[in-house]
Design a protein around this ligand. Structure first.
Ligand code: FAD
Length: 288
């Protein structure tokens, strides 16, 4: 949190309970008094989650240092410093203060789903083993209107396009809950298993299509979008999921459909073959 003390803050929290939503998706509910001042802006509100390594009781994160926390955290050896990962607020409740976060359990074999092609990262593995009482820290919003909410359709939007894989399913759910009634929206959500399909609230006017990606096969999001007939009016698109797929979807909208690039909010939530640590190091290495 460098220079944005008013917008973001650290929130120590603990696991209250977990609930399996499907073969590859787990809801972890976090609680703790500090969450009273966590101010989710809804929609695709994201935050940084700090997790302990196996064998640690709590994440090793020097957040009491305020502005200097990041340099201090990076100075701790990688196998000890808290694991830092990006997640989305699926739901927030006031009393008792609770946050629901839905984890895609990539790479973790479950009884009713085969192991994925890549090994689980530390966050997916942590979630799969999480028990009530486990301690974490969140770096999240202290004000509801914050830069970690990306879904911001302009007032003259004629229709909304949402394209998401399982990691962006929680964000898509938050956006669908927020959409004003009567908004025309075409939504595609891709999950690894038909049993991961959720009963999402979709206001009238929302056309929601679920896609199931068989293990080891490419995403079906681009073929689905290509085949779609878009309504008349000014589109606003929100795309999130695996980086390569997100790029292709954006390219299709901007180059082949002529959508104004400013009307496409897009975010690579993960990249095949690269951990979030590696993506962060690449971002720091880029000249600013
Ligand atoms: C703004 C934002 C919001 C996000 N919200 C959510 C959310 O609510 N729920 C959620 O589940 N994820 C969410 N993600 C994605 C999540 O942060 C990444 O999937 C993250 O890499 C998981 O960390 P990890 O420690 O499990 O794996 P990492 O250590 O980061 O990666 C290890 C390996 O696993 C691969 N990998 C990572 N994720 C996946 C995946 N889903 N499927 C297959 N392989 C994968 C990587 O390519 C790498 O090879 C969000 C990301 C962003 C940027």
């Amino acid at each position: 949190m460098t220079g944005q003390a008013q917008e973001y803050d650290f929130f120590p929290a603990h696991v209250v309970r977990t609930r399996r939503l499907g073969p590859t998706m787990l809801r972890v509910t976090f609680g703790g008094g500090a969450l009273r001042s966590f101010a989710s802006g809804g929609r695709d509100q994201s935050f940084s989650l700090f997790l302990p390594h196996p064998g640690q009781d709590e994440p090793d994160l020097p957040y009491a240092q305020g502005e200097g926390w990041f340099a201090a955290w990076r100075a701790i050896p990688a196998d000890r410093r808290a694991v830092m990962r990006s997640y989305t607020v699926r739901a927030q409740r006031a009393e008792p203060p609770e946050l629901d976060v839905d984890f895609a359990l990539h790479g973790t074999a479950t009884d009713d789903h085969p192991p994925a092609d890549s090994p689980a990262g530390p966050a997916a593995a942590w979630a799969a083993a999480a028990r009530p009482g486990a301690r974490v820290v969140l770096l999240g919003p202290a004000v509801a209107d914050n830069r970690s909410v990306a879904f911001r359709p302009p007032a003259d939007t004629g229709f909304v396009l949402l394209l998401a894989d399982e990691t962006a399913l929680p964000a898509a759910g938050g956006i669908l809950e927020w959409l004003p009634a009567g908004t025309r929206a075409l939504v595609w959500i891709e999950v690894p298993d038909a049993a991961d399909i959720q009963d999402l609230p979709a206001p009238a006017g929302v056309d929601l299509t679920w896609l199931v990606r068989a293990p080891g096969t490419p995403s079906g999001l681009l073929p689905a979008l290509r085949a779609a007939e878009l309504p008349a009016g000014a589109p606003y698109a929100w795309i999130a999921g695996e980086s390569g797929t997100v790029k292709e979807l954006r390219r299709h909208l901007v180059r082949e459909r002529g959508v104004d690039r400013r009307a496409v909010a897009f975010s690579g939530y993960w990249r095949r073959g690269a951990s979030e640590d590696r993506l962060r190091e690449e971002a720091y290495a880029r000249p600013s």
